[in-house]
Design a protein around this ligand. Structure first.
Ligand code: PLP
Length: 456
C-alpha cells in the first residue's frame, strides 16, 4: 500500500516537476511551498498559512488575488468563443478591442500591436521584427542589439541573450553573438567615488556610443532597456540617463526599445515608466500587469515606420511568417480588457503613486541599519540591498547567502519578497493599502531582526 506521505502533493511535486529558477537538488530535499488560494494582497498555503504577497506573484498581479470580475470575464469569453487564432486574416473581438485600447494608451504615438503569450516571446519577436524590418528597408547588416548588464528581458534564445544576468546564460551557451551588453545604470554600485548621477549618466552614454562605434553603427539595430530594471535588483536609473542614451541612439539610427513588462500600467507611479523618464520608444513591450497574470499575455507596440517596413516585406514574401497558436488569445485579451477596466475604475495607477510614497518612505527608515547598503525604488517597486560592510559596500561571502536566508525566513513571518542576490525586492499588488504597506514593512523588520542573528 502506498504511504500517504509519499503520495502527498509535496512528494509528487518533488517526483515529477522540474521548477523554473530553482536549485533542483535542493528542492529534492526541501520540497515546495504549495500555494493554494489567494485573496487581495494575501495568498495561503495548503496548511492555511497566510502570506502577504509583497511581490504580486512575479511583479504582476496588479488587481490582487481572487478578483471575481476577471474570473467572470474569462468565463464569459470561454462560453462564447474559448479559442480562435489570428493567423491568415482571422480576428476576434477581444484582441481587436485590446489592440485599439493599447494604442490609445501608448506613449510616443506607437500605432500597432502584436500579441504573444509571454514577455520572453515578445522580446524574441521584437528581435525578429527588427531584423525583418531592417531587411525590408535595405539595411541587412543592421542586426545587433545592445542591452545592459543586469537587464532582464526573458529566457528564450534571443531574449535570454538580451538579458544581462549570468544565471540565465551560464550553462545555456548564451548569449548569441549579435547581442552586446553595456554598463549597468546603477549609481550605488557602478559609479566612481564622488561621481554625480549626471556625470555617471554622461559616462554610460559615452560608453554606449563607444560600443556602437566599435561594432560599427551600420550593424547596430536597437538598444533595449527596462526604464526601471526589475529582476536585476530594482535599479532606478541615474538622473538624465535616459535622455542621454536616447540621444546617442538617435545619432546612430539605433531603435529604442522600452521593456515595460514590469513597469507598465502604473508600477512606477505613472501609466508607463516611459512618461516618467521621458523615453520616446520606437517599440514598447508590455505584459504582466496587462492581465494581472490571470492569463498569459504580452504585447509589442511599435511605430508606424516599423509597421510600414514589415507590411511591405510581408507583401513581398507573401506573409509575415511569425505568430503563435495563441497570439492574442480571446480569453487572455478579454481578461486584459476587464483588468484594465478595473485598474482605471479603481484608480489603481494613481493609488500606486500615492501609497508608493509610503512604501518608499517606510523602507528608507532602514537606510541607517548596519546591514543596509542602499534602499531604492520608485512608485510601488522597491528594494533594500543588504551588505556585509556598509562603509565599503562589500557584498556577503558567499554572495546571495543572506538573501536566500531572508527569503526563507520571510516565509516564517508570512512575508513573500524576492531575494536578488542579497537584495530584497518589493513589488506588491497595486491595490495595496497604506495599512497593508505598514504590515509588509513590519514583517520585513521582523525578518531583518532574524538576519542580524544569522550574520552575527
Ligand atoms: N522583460 C522583463 C522586464 C521582465 O521582467 C520579464 C519577466 O520577469 C520578461 C521580460 C520575461 O517575461 P516572461 O517571464 O513572461 O517570459
Amino acid at each position: 500500500m502506498m504511504n500517504v506521505a509519499l503520495n502527498s502533493l509535496h512528494a509528487r511535486d518533488i517526483t515529477y516537476q522540474l521548477h523554473p529558477y530553482t536549485n533542483a537538488r535542493r528542492h529534492e530535499e526541501v520540497g515546495p511551498i504549495i500555494i493554494d488560494r489567494g485573496e487581495g494582497v494575501y495568498v495561503y498555503d495548503d496548511s492555511g498559512k497566510q502570506y502577504i504577497e509583497a511581490m504580486a506573484g512575479l511583479w504582476s498581479v496588479a488587481v490582487g488575488f481572487g478578483e471575481k470580475r476577471l474570473v467572470d470575464a474569462a468565463a464569459r469569453q470561454m462560453a462564447k468563443l474559448p479559442y480562435y487564432h489570428t493567423f491568415s486574416g482571422k480576428a476576434h473581438e477581444p484582441s481587436i478591442l485590446l489592440a485599439e485600447r493599447l494604442v490609445k494608451m501608448a506613449p510616443n504615438g506607437l500605432s500597432r500591436v502584436f500579441f504573444t503569450n509571454s514577455g520572453s516571446e515578445a522580446n524574441d519577436t521584437v528581435v525578429k521584427m527588427v531584423w525583418y524590418y531592417n531587411n525590408a528597408i535595405g539595411k541587412p547588416e543592421k542586426k545587433k542589439f545592445i542591452s545592459r548588464i543586469s537587464g532582464y528581458h526573458g529566457i528564450t534564445i534571443a531574449s535570454g541573450s538580451l538579458t544581462g544576468l549570468p544565471i540565465n546564460q551560464r550553462g545555456f551557451d548564451l548569449p548569441l553573438p549579435m547581442m552586446k551588453h553595456v554598463g549597468c545604470p546603477h549609481h550605488y554600485r557602478w559609479s566612481e567615488p564622488g561621481e554625480t548621477e549626471e556625470a555617471f549618466a554622461d559616462r554610460l552614454a559615452a560608453e554606449l556610443e563607444a560600443k556602437i562605434l566599435e561594432e560599427g553603427p551600420e550593424t547596430v539595430a536597437a538598444f533595449i532597456g527596462e526604464p526601471v530594471m526589475g529582476a536585476g535588483g530594482v535599479l532606478v536609473p541615474p538622473a538624465t540617463y535616459w535622455e542621454k542614451v536616447q540621444e546617442v541612439c538617435r545619432r546612430y539610427d539605433v531603435l529604442v526599445v522600452a521593456d515595460e513588462v514590469i513597469n507598465g500600467f502604473g508600477r512606477t507611479g505613472t501609466k508607463f515608466a516611459c512618461e516618467r523618464f521621458n523615453i520616446k520608444p520606437d517599440i514598447l513591450v508590455i505584459s504582466k500587469q496587462l492581465t494581472s497574470s490571470y492569463q498569459p499575455l504580452a504585447a509589442i507596440l511599435f511605430s508606424d515606420k516599423i509597421y510600414q517596413g514589415i507590411a511591405d516585406q510581408s507583401a513581398e514574401i507573401g506573409s509575415f511568417g511569425h505568430g503563435f497558436t495563441t497570439s492574442g488569445h480571446p480569453v487572455a485579451t478579454a481578461v486584459a480588457m476587464e483588468n484594465l477596466d478595473i485598474i482605471e475604475e479603481r484608480g489603481l495607477m494613481e493609488n500606486a503613486a500615492i501609497v508608493g510614497e509610503v512604501l518608499q518612505a517606510e523602507l528608507r527608515r532602514f537606510a541607517d541599519h548596519p546591514l543596509v547598503g542602499e534602499v531604492r525604488g520608485v512608485g510601488l517597486i522597491a528594494a533594500v540591498e543588504l551588505v556585509a560592510d556598509k562603509a565599503t559596500k562589500a557584498k556577503f561571502d558567499p554572495f546571495g547567502k543572506v538573501g536566500a536566508k531572508f527569503f526563507q525566513q520571510g516565509h516564517e513571518h508570512g512575508l513573500i519578497i524576492r531575494a536578488i542576490g542579497d537584495t530584497i525586492a518589493f513589488c506588491p499588488p497595486l491595490i495595496i493599502t497604506e495599512e497593508q504597506i505598514r504590515e509588509v514593512v513590519s514583517r520585513f523588520a521582523r525578518t531583518l531582526k532574524d538576519i542580524e542573528d544569522f550574520v552575527a
